[in-house]
Design a protein around this ligand. Structure first.
Ligand SMILES: NC(=O)c1ccc[n+]([C@@H]2O[C@H](COP(=O)([O-])OP(=O)(O)OC[C@H]3O[C@@H](n4cnc5c(N)ncnc54)[C@H](O)[C@@H]3O)[C@@H](O)[C@H]2O)c1
Length: 320
């Protein structure tokens, strides 16, 4: 695989869960510019903050000029800034639409003016497949949920951002790549995340609450695997103009089984309690990752129990 060396990599949302983890992989050989409004902050967990190769810019992707001022030397762009997490989205639907659509438009517009930009990675979501996604491939129909059902604001905003990214590729030749992550978890997650919340409860032997009856099915992908996928997309030219499902098709459980696994692996005394679901839920979400295997040579490696152990070690360390 090609390696990235002596590049200037501009990361919007670089203070977030996935962006801040990606920096660890890129830093030794490259200059990193983090562009983030610090709505969330996972950088506080990182020990690379004094590295001379990292520059932190506090900025908002809703301001095109701020992006233009900060990214003019970038050779690669990873656009990970966004509004994510079901509770955050349902409480902030306007900002979700603005940041995920307009913010993405701004990043693409600024990138398209650079002469040296070799790649722009954009993040969509598995939620674009709607309520039932069984081994959905990138050619499967994207689903636009009903207006008025809060959850779909996120998927719609992300699908629009995909169309934007693809349009910049098609019309202007900007080398964009779209990644559709399926349930990423791991150390440093700062937003809502089922595994993070359950592990926190399990470590305190407190009840684990599950929305709905817990039969919803998910595939769980550890953050290091997600970072590997981003790296593969950065260095691989055949990824340009394409979208990819990124997930772990081997780490599949119901939400009930996930809670039971966490309790067992962490030897917790937590009970499991079911509560009402206030928003539409996704019953089934399992990726087909054949395309990522073939074009990116990506395959998730970390199994669920190992991922749970690593996540819990991190949370324990942070809380002591
Ligand atoms: N974590 C997952 O399971 C998952 C799944 C599907 C898609 N995604 C997408 O992947 C990307 C990264 O996800 P994450 O889990 O790291 O999320 P995150 O919330 O941890 O990180 C997003 C970052 O964007 C920043 N941000 C928000 N609004 C901004 C603005 N207006 N200007 C500048 N920065 C802003 C936040 O401060 C945060 O640091 C997001 O676009 C998300 O929608 C994540």
């Amino acid at each position: 695989m090609n390696q990235l060396q002596n590049e200037t990599i501009f990361i919007t949302g670089g203070a977030g869960f996935i962006g801040s983890k990606l920096i660890e992989k890129l830093l030794p050989n490259n200059k990193i510019i983090v562009f983030d409004n610090f709505f969330r902050n996972s950088l506080r967990y990182k020990d690379y903050m004094n590295d001379p190769n990292i520059t932190i810019v506090k900025g908002d992707i809703l301001h095109l000029e701020d992006i233009q001022q900060s990214l003019h030397q970038a050779t690669y762009i990873v656009h990970a800034a966004g509004i994510a997490g079901i509770d955050t989205v349902t409480q902030n639907p306007i900002n979700t639409m603005k940041v995920n659509m307009l913010g993405t438009l701004h990043v693409l517009e600024a990138a398209s003016k650079l002469s040296q930009c070799k790649k722009v990675i954009c993040f969509s979501t598995s939620e674009v497949y709607g309520q039932r996604a069984f081994r959905s491939s990138e050619h499967s129909e994207a689903v636009l949920g009903a207006v008025g059902e809060a959850r779909w604001t996120y998927a719609v905003s992300k699908l629009a951002s995909e169309h934007l990214a693809y349009s910049y590729y098609k019309q202007l030749g900007l080398p964009t790549v779209i990644l559709r992550p399926f349930n990423i978890y791991g150390p440093g997650q700062v937003g809502e995340g089922a595994i993070k919340l359950m592990v926190e409860k399990a470590l305190k032997n407190q009840p684990i609450y599950i929305h709905g009856n817990g039969t919803q099915i998910r595939a769980w992908c550890y953050v290091d695997d997600m970072v590997d996928a981003i790296y593969c997309a950065l260095v691989n030219d055949s990824a340009n103009g394409e979208s990819f499902n990124i997930g772990n098709e081997k780490a599949i459980t119901t939400i009930n089984e996930l809670a039971q696994t966490i309790i067992r692996v962490l030897q917790s005394k937590s009970s499991i309690q079911h509560i009402d679901n206030s928003t539409a839920d996704i019953q089934l979400r399992i990726p087909d990752i054949k395309k990522a295997k073939e074009l990116l040579h990506f395959e998730a490696k970390i199994d669920l129990e190992e991922g749970i152990r690593r996540t819990s070690k991190f949370i324990e360390r942070e809380n002591t």
